[in-house]
Design a protein around this ligand. Sequence first.
Ligand SMILES: Cc1cc2nc3c(=O)[nH]c(=O)nc-3n(C[C@H](O)[C@H](O)[C@H](O)COP(=O)(O)OP(=O)(O)OC[C@H]3O[C@@H](n4cnc5c(N)ncnc54)[C@H](O)[C@@H]3O)c2cc1C
Length: 479
Amino acid sequence: MKHKKETLFGGARTTRRAILKAGAAAGALGAAGVASAHTASAAGSVTETGRSYDAIVIGGGFAGVSAARELKAKGKRTLILEARDRIGGRAWSSTFSGLPIEFGATWIHPSQTRVWNEVQRLGIATVDDPNPDFTVFATESGGYAKQDLAFLDQQDAILRKFVEGAETYMPNAYDPFSREDLLVDLDKLTLGDRARQLRLSTLETNWVSATTGAYGGGFERGSLTQLARWWALCGYNTETFHGINVTRPVGGMKTVVSKMLAESGVTVLYNTPVTKVTDTGSRVQVTAGGLVYDAAAVVVAVPVNTWNSINFSSGLPAEFSRLSTQSVGVPTAKKVFIQVQGDIGRPLVNGKSGALLDLVLTHADKSSQGTVLIAFSVSPNLDVTSVSQVQGAVSEVLPGTKVLSVKGQDWGKDPYAKGGWTFMRPGQLLGSLRVVRQPYGRLVFAGSDIATGWAGYVDGAIETGVRAGGLAAGLTVRS
Ligand SMILES: Cc1cc2nc3c(=O)[nH]c(=O)nc-3n(C[C@H](O)[C@H](O)[C@H](O)COP(=O)(O)OP(=O)(O)OC[C@H]3O[C@@H](n4cnc5c(N)ncnc54)[C@H](O)[C@@H]3O)c2cc1C
């Protein structure tokens, strides 16, 4: 176990060999087109008299772009209405300290076949993040201590206990309902319930907090079944569970989604938040930016947490509003890039339950001005834009480290996300997921939050987008 590394969505500790075997294609890069309000980005133009379409897609994240591409490929006149001045949604590429960074989605893995295949097909090269050379864990006395990387094995042993039995109750990674009979009680459990069921000590709970509790937005928020779904998708092994977060597309997620949009040829209207959707039975009217657009079918590809911000005036089953109120995206999810003074090595910090920082890892250790760290937090008590607050949090886990500057994103405060990565709460899998995946009248919902496969990842967004695009195309055909 020489080269280990960890990141939020599993913590990559896979060997470089495994990654290299999967192969990474070299290729060209692209850039996201950004247009001002009500201008068309990719192809075509929208005029005051041309607001009638076969299909409208609300939201230009990976799900929306995938749906629109599918619709266009089936010959449907399609328009994307996007609230922001960019596509990508919770995938947002930027720069910090002269380095490319991602505020949201970052890593991809061959087991995520949809996104991996897009990247290969589009000729986008990939690059691996640096491996850690030491780790930090909570101690019995309540503080933190530097540990050898071999210490990660202890964390893995507890993680395996957490999801013991998943091969039986979650036997099909892409069909979480295949043994619904066995999930009736399990889907009621939080991660905290599971820790108590296993009689984990406080120290053991702290050791797996960064790879379980933090994923769920806290031990008492996230459900055991969501963790088991990810475990199943990773082939029930720690190597893949950690390994899914090593490899990034060169040029960032912006390059991937931009190329997908460009090849679709679909028009995007930016700065156009949708406020109202009315299904009249024969058409759907979509209100955005004071104008009413109209289509035979609509794909709603916005985060679940934002569904309640749109007035679905023709009504939806109660599960939609309930799920949105409860939250599916982790409402306290934050990510911050931290430039620190000097060469501090390549840390992999596992924060304890309730800590200000859940996970800290190395983004770059050869930056011109020192080391750049990536940190994840689900604490409601950390302002990731404040150098002094981040300094306080860093000092707890890496004493003596001087923070020079920070750039962070609090996804819960983002009006068009209202949360970060997907992690369902108890009862949502069996209680709501199936219902919200069904087309309702002329509306079809999409998004990583409601994927049956890689929910919480770009791959899941593509999965639902392709599906929703196909379903919506069917709704545009006159009977
Ligand atoms: C911190 C963080 C780290 C992550 N890391 C990874 C990772 O390493 N790998 C990975 O695969 N995934 C990762 N994810 C998850 C990944 O980002 C998401 O699963 C994926 O991007 C979701 O895509 P989506 O299209 O379903 O939703 P979104 O990307 O949220 O897209 C929805 C779109 O709808 C738009 N919208 C919202 N409301 C309206 C409205 N009223 N009108 C019009 N448009 C609207 C939004 O602006 C947005 O563009 C991470 C997420 C976070 C937050």
